[in-house]
Design a protein around this ligand. Sequence first.
Ligand code: HEM
Length: 408
Amino acid sequence: MFVYKFDLLSSEYKQNPFPAWQAMREAGPVIRAKIPLVGKVWMFTSYDSASHMLRDHETFVRNPSKAGRKYVAGFLAFMPPSARVLANNMMAHDGEEHRRLRSLVDQAFQMRSVESMKGTLTAISNRLLDKIERRLQDGETVDLLEDFARPLPLAVISELLGLPTSDRENFKGWGNRLTNVNSIMGLFKVFPGLWKIRNYLRKQIENCRIEPREGLLSTLVHLEQDGDRLSKDELLAMAFLLLIAGHETTVHLITTSLVTLFQHETQLDKLRRNWGLADSAVEEVMRFVSPAEIAKPRMLSADTTIHKQSLRRGEYAVAMLGAANHDPEMFEEPDAFNIERSPNPHLGFGTGIHVCQGMKLARAETGIALKSLFDRFPNLQLATPINDIEWSRRIGFRSINRLPVKLA
Ligand code: HEM
């Protein structure tokens, strides 16, 4: 059987993945391919096939034991058991177990709605802008990634979880280092960071147990559902998932929103004239850029035939969210960036039972970040030619390494 190889890490691909996404779709809705870290997979490349696969959680599972496997994807096999505990979160379960874990977080989330957080989001955003205002006015170039897009979601997720403000500096670089893995060797470099986060979160959970406080973490520690509580390890894994999932991807959404808007000046002008378009602009970036370009790998729980391909139990399958989000069968002029696109049923946050639980928060954060930034600095511009913006060479994410800006 023919196995496709797409260089998902080359700088050409990272800079402009559209031709490769087209080639994937043209090769077929379900193709055999080889990707870094996971190895051979069934790649679901069209909107239709990818959304179907993500919704069929009976056949495509995250729990390896249901597929006759020991680990979820190749690289977990290399993790020491002490680190594996962190990965045992709701993303690693299907069916009833997944529902139990997810609904506990739902309950905790309900106690603090995203709507009620908007004031806090604006305040955090403004505080960060205060810090860079003088530098920009003095004509300095500022890296918005380090000085705005990274600290903002970190402050928000720490606030939501109820982690002490004073600790933020310590784990500033953790998320970035943890997700910046492209090879098995690279994985070994993340262990020290993993242990630090694990120990830190364990201590925070223990503190919440002794002394309840504001925030999701303390709520989860004390939450009971039908007499059922989260075990210590479940709590740890959940806190880890929320911290990493809630931070890193949002950083990428904010930075890539800015790059895309700078790249499409007419769209940026339209947005500046009418901030009522902020929500649909964020949705369009989610589709156009697809910051999470590949969903987490699933495994086949049983043999099946799809689009004339015979898939076997235990094999891996991935949904190519970026390719699906540019499928011309679903989106008119898919490679055009149009902040008024409607409807826009993109798969950027996934779909099915694992659809992103923090999407409302991510949307609100990004909308507020863009508005506060351009309201404060109407003449903000890139301090480097757009083609010099360097996209990170990391698997599964679309992100940039620096975002230098200055005032015109
Ligand atoms: C732009 C920002 C974000 C993007 C692009 C994003 C993307 C995604 C995607 C694609 C999935 C599904 C993965 C899959 O099915 O394989 C997912 C799941 C998840 N996300 Fe997000 N996410 C973002 C922000 C957040 C935030 C802010 C939080 C938390 C506060 C969060 C928490 C989660 C959780 C808990 C899951 C797992 C849900 C489950 O297994 O049922 N995410 N996210």
